[in-house]
Design a protein around this ligand. Sequence first.
Ligand code: GDP
Ligand code: MN
Length: 368
Amino acid sequence: MRLLEYQAMKFFQDYSIPVPRQFLLGNPEDVGQVPLSFPVVLKAQVPVGGRGKAGGVKLVKDPGELREKAREIFQMQIKGVPVRKVLAVEAQEILQEFYLSFLLDRKNLLLFLASPAGGVEIEEVASRNPELIFRRKIDPFLGFSPFLGKIAGKFLGLKGDLLNQFALVATNLFRLLREKEMQLVEINPLALTPGGLMALDGKLIFDDNARFRHPEMPPDESLTPLEEEAREAGVAYVEMDGEVAVIGCGAGLVLASLDLVHHLGARPANFLDLGGGASSQMVKKGLEIVLRNPRVKSIFMNIFAGITRCDEIARGIVEFSPPIPISVRMTGTNEEEGIEILKQAGYQAFSSMEEAAEQAVKVMEGGI
Ligand code: GDP
Ligand code: MN
């Protein structure tokens, strides 16, 4: 999960990383109670980069302008994401912008990156001026040493007390990555202001697999209510904008099923992976979730059974008895029993994936 900037800022505060005074606007009416001194920077809270360039970061100098610009930002969509919250922060005088991050990396395990070319996306610096990036592999068992922070600080051109400040920010940021099990912790820009170094933007990516160890982690605001519910039920579900609900066991199989639906000229309504060995209970939960999406007109279920049992899946379908057409492909463990149960109950069942998908698309074209 990628945290929103305001959520990242809270973690920075918990880890003693300096941030500007700020106030979160949950809707345009909150502008009346902003307890900050002007000028203020208004920032769209969306989990995408490049908000500045897209017009989602605006400097305002008085309450009138704040009201006007906040309303504008609340009406924006940035890279397709609607703005639901706006963060107001006290504007800082920026003398220089730096980049600082730690990330998990398949090749290097843990990587430490710093650059004096902050404020622009690091990928851009990497392609144009790779020599401006300080890169070091971090041994996960030894951890990060403040001494390495000072070496990086020198690379950034810092001296004296600022060098210590930088090493401290880097040490705290690394601690945040380890203790909160983040995949990426990034400050860009880490700004040099007349008062010292300050994090003016934060990007944190939390490893969702570690969620059970972190009740303090906020919910993922980019999930739809249905996706949130599916996650709690232990079902991998992603909402899409088509009409054919797709359910399968195994993520790769579900992806192939989505492609097949597309190939047949229809559009999938969702991705739903029941996982291996799903019970009839799980099947019912999966059907219930996909049907809560009002756009769904037919269901394509693709079961390639290894540890999964076709008869168990078929029982789930029959007990749930979906109110719209369902077309099932079943092959593997207890295939005959499964297909028999479905046919007895009057459902369409196939052992070929193409045939089952064609049927799911056909009933929809028939206007059912
Ligand atoms: P991003 O475009 O999504 O990365 O959003 P940022 O929060 O990084 O903001 C983009 C840019 O706006 C920063 O790189 C800064 O140059 C500028 N900016 C943000 N906050 C301030 C501020 O308090 N003062 C000044 N002068 N510029 C700011
Ligand atoms: Mn930024």
